[in-house]
Ligand binder design. Structure first.
Ligand code: HEC
Ligand code: HEC
Length: 320
């Protein structure tokens, strides 16, 4: 077969597939609409291949009793995110999907960790700059609004966006009803929309959490016991009194390898590390790996339990 003929046949196949797809999606005879997800009546379909073709732009974690209970991860198409990053608005047809997941958790080597484990529901907004479906109750205020059945994403379950959606989005009205400041994937410009109250609340929560972590007497006491069991054979907590290892008095906040009267290995002396709530747990989890070549790493394998490391750090912080 000549390559010309082959080409004609493949062009035909593509056109035919496109025609079949459009009759499937839009119903017989209806004109294709501005989005492959929307038919002529304004019904909004969930993208069948999701998350293929979408990028994650940010996640909101919802706290409940004792930790995180839900994560709300938001996705958009890469082209929509790129448009937003350069224009600061969403293009016509832009798609936003909020994926609500239930969460489970347990201690990880990184700390008390929570992760998404099962889909609960999906919300979708699709930008309509024209006002195409004035009579359809799922369309208005510049968007099409939809929600999908937790058990079957092909079933749209929202009835009227004025009742089902928009009241909850009023705080984000100034940014086209979208909580853009929670989506770093839309670029740095979104940060300027962060409500002042959110920053203040975060600062306050951090101020409350910090003493709860470090000054907590129960943690310090647990840390002292752990220290005496696991570290006391090599370290004292008296200023200037070294043993196999250096005195750990005042260790929090000091640069590694700087206890004046102790003869450190060059690995410890040269380490560009300041002992803190960040670095101490990493060192204690893996003394050999965190500062390769240091002498403690040769004798001491590390502390497995994240809780024990937390307690030890609280104790070390109290030594001043
Ligand atoms: C109970 C309040 C509430 C209701 C009801 C609600 N939303 Fe939202 N929605 C939010 C909040 C708050 C966010 C910001 C992210 C977060 O905190 O989960 C959000 C985020 C979203 C997002 C991600 C993009 C954005 O706007 O930030 C989409 C898409 C979305 N909602 C669609 C809908 C649709 C469609 C409906 C109705 C079917 C709906 N929502 C109903 C509160 C609500
Ligand atoms: C078998 C002995 C041994 C044990 C057990 C041990 N260490 Fe060490 N530690 C050392 C030695 C030796 C050094 C000095 C390493 C060097 O110079 O390379 C050191 C260094 C340190 C340093 C760095 C101090 C500085 O001044 O830079 C910290 C922090 C530390 N140890 C904490 C602990 C804690 C907490 C434990 C218990 C969980 C512990 N170590 C258990 C021997 C030990």
């Amino acid at each position: 077969m000549s390559s010309q003929k082959k080409c004609l046949i493949s062009v035909f196949a593509v056109a035919c597939a496109a025609f079949l797809a459009s009759t499937y999606l839009f119903g017989q005879g209806a004109a294709p609409s501005f989005s492959p997800l929307v038919n002529a009546r304004g019904d909004i379909a969930f993208p069948p291949d999701f998350p293929n073709g979408f990028m994650h732009i940010g996640t909101v974690a919802v706290a409940g009793n004792g930790g995180v209970t839900d994560t709300h991860a938001t996705y958009t198409r890469p082209s929509d995110a790129a448009y937003y990053r350069s224009h600061g608005t969403f293009p016509d047809g832009a798609v936003l999907i909020k994926d609500v997941q239930g969460v489970i958790g347990s201690p990880h080597t990184t700390g008390n960790a929570f992760w998404a484990s099962e889909g609960k529901t999906w919300f979708l907004m699709i930008k309509d700059s024209v006002g195409r479906y004035p009579k359809n109750p799922l369309w208005g205020d510049g968007w099409g609004w939809a929600q999908y059945d937790p058990k079957d994403r092909s079933k749209q379950i929202a009835k009227d966006y004025k009742q089902d959606c928009i009241q909850c989005h009023v705080p984000a009205k100034a940014t086209d009803w979208v909580y853009v400041y929670a989506y770093p994937g839309l670029g740095e410009r979104v940060l300027k929309f962060t409500p002042a109250a959110a920053r203040a609340a975060t600062a306050k929560a951090a101020a409350v959490a910090a003493p709860a972590m470090s000054g907590n007497p129960a943690m310090v006491a647990a840390g002292k016991t752990a220290f005496e069991e696991t570290c006391g054979s090599c370290h004292t907590v008296e200023a200037g009194k070294n043993n196999t290892g250096p005195s750990l008095f005042g260790v929090a906040g000091r640069k590694a390898g700087t206890e004046a009267t102790y003869a450190y290995s060059s690995a410890m002396k040269d380490a560009v590390v300041v002992w803190s709530r960040e670095t101490l747990p990493k060192f204690l989890a893996d003394p050999k790996g965190f500062i390769p070549g240091n002498r403690m790493g040769r004798f001491f394998p590390g502390v497995d339990s994240a809780e024990k490391r937390e307690a030890l750090v609280s104790y070390l912080e109290s030594l001043k």
